[in-house]
Design a binder for this molecule. Structure first.
Ligand code: HEM
Length: 140
């Protein structure tokens, strides 16, 4: 049972990461674009990617992650899990921030700069590296 919950957690994590990394890349190109018809296309792609992949995967990853913490509450006393959960909360924050940026584009705004979105695009990768090292290496 635990292994099945863990498997679903990891599958949802892979979908969440694929979704958020692609979504933030779309925001980079969206910010660079000047043609309305192309910007409308990006808006639709971003909406579908967030609505049907990124957000559902994040919710499933969270539910199955918490489920394992309930099944194995000892993990909550582990410092590596504290670092992991902090990084996971930041990743949830980045995902919601991407949604807020999508809303600004939808209102016809052109928020921030192309460089800003390129830097933002690297943050989920850094958080994922920290999380995977914490949960597999358990350095402390
Ligand atoms: C959203 C909040 C999250 C919670 C509550 C959570 C919780 C957990 C728990 C309790 C385990 C089982 C650990 C064990 O039994 O040894 C686990 C495993 C795992 N988690 Fe998460 N997690 C979350 C997010 C993430 C994220 C964002 C990633 C990666 C980007 C991630 C990657 C993993 C991996 C790779 C494993 C498997 C580790 C192994 O098999 O040894 N988790 N998670």
């Amino acid at each position: 049972m635990y292994q099945i919950v863990l498997s679903v957690h990891v599958i949802a994590i892979i979908s969440w990461m694929a979704g958020i990394l692609y979504l933030l890349r779309l925001l980079v190109y969206h910010r660079m674009e000047t043609e309305k018809v192309v910007k409308d296309r990006f808006e639709l792609m971003e909406y579908r990617l967030y609505r049907y992949i990124t957000n559902p995967a994040m919710i499933v990853a969270l539910i199955f992650g918490i489920w394992m913490l309930v099944l194995n509450s000892f993990l909550l006393s582990q410092p590596w899990m504290h670092v992991k959960l902090t990084a996971a909360v930041l990743l949830i924050g980045v995902t919601h921030y991407a949604k807020a940026m999508m809303k600004k584009f939808k209102r016809g705004e052109m928020p921030k700069t192309e460089k800003y979105f390129r830097v933002l695009n690297e943050i989920p990768t850094l958080l994922m590296i920290i999380i995977v090292i914490m949960v597999i290496v358990r350095p402390f």
